[in-house]
Design a protein around this ligand. Sequence first.
Ligand SMILES: Nc1ncnc2c1ncn2[C@@H]1O[C@H](COP(=O)(O)OP(=O)(O)OP(=O)(O)O)[C@@H](O)[C@H]1O
Ligand SMILES: [Mg+2]
Length: 298
Amino acid sequence: MDMSTSAALLQRDGAPAAAGSALIECSGLWKFYPGSDAPALQDVNLQVRGNEFVTLVGASGCGKSTLLRTIAGLETYSRGGLNVDGRPVSGPGPDRAMVFQHYSLYPWLTVLDNIRFTRQLKAHTRDRTSADVEAAAGRADALLRLMGLTAVANAYPNQLSGGMQQRVAIARALMSRPPIVLMDEPFGALDAQTREVMHDLIAHVHRQEKSTIVFVTHDVEEAIYLGHRVVLMAPRPGRIDSIHEVPLPARRTQDMKLAPEFLALKKTILDRIRDTSGMKTDLELLEKLSAQADGAGL
Ligand SMILES: Nc1ncnc2c1ncn2[C@@H]1O[C@H](COP(=O)(O)OP(=O)(O)OP(=O)(O)O)[C@@H](O)[C@H]1O
Ligand SMILES: [Mg+2]
């Protein structure tokens, strides 16, 4: 993959927004879904700084997607405050791009046209100059190179592997230079090897683009490898259990997964997920059941 794409082309104009201060701020955030009396989010307090890479991890149903979608403005919240860059969130905006687990590409458009699609939509809503068109073409080219997609620019999504389709979806999300990228289990459907490649790619993209990333996963290793901080959530009610700084250099390499600090944090988080999920494997009970089954000649 070509990682040599010019940083100048890809950097957003000016400095990263609000570097060092909170770009996303959830304060005392509650969310009830209609018809449910248990909160999907209970008193969530979280600050994400500009250019930070924060991962959300936790047992199924702990509210990871709800929190991400609320930050995206795709869900309303019931109580509390949610500000992005100092302004209350009242719906989706061009400052926040979302990448979902399923690639959601337009099957009738080529890779290049999928990447350019949002930019083209925008172009219809305001006067387009030739400089705009050139800038968009340059940006699309740069993203194709960054994501290692140049050779398949004219292919259609159904001609690509899952990993490649997800790279197209990420490139499309990045096309309009969103300061914030929200990702909901984007690599959940990929095999282990492809996921590793995608991890290094997304970390590289994060460095190049200076974006702020909030990344949901249920994979603890993925959460630690990618995150500057790991936010551990717990279910029933959905809440933040604990927030863990990752004690590793910002630039990660695969061999760090074997570092003692990495393994210690992984154990801490896995133990805590087991404690909070209420879903422990009961080996004694399993053995009893299989003894009963043997006794009954099943
Ligand atoms: N649209 C909805 N309407 C009603 N309840 C919902 C809705 N979406 C989610 N919930 C409930 O809110 C809680 C949190 O769900 P959410 O999807 O945010 O969890 P999650 O952490 O993303 O889980 P998973 O790891 O399985 O994706 C769950 O109890 C879920 O059943
Ligand atoms: Mg989810």
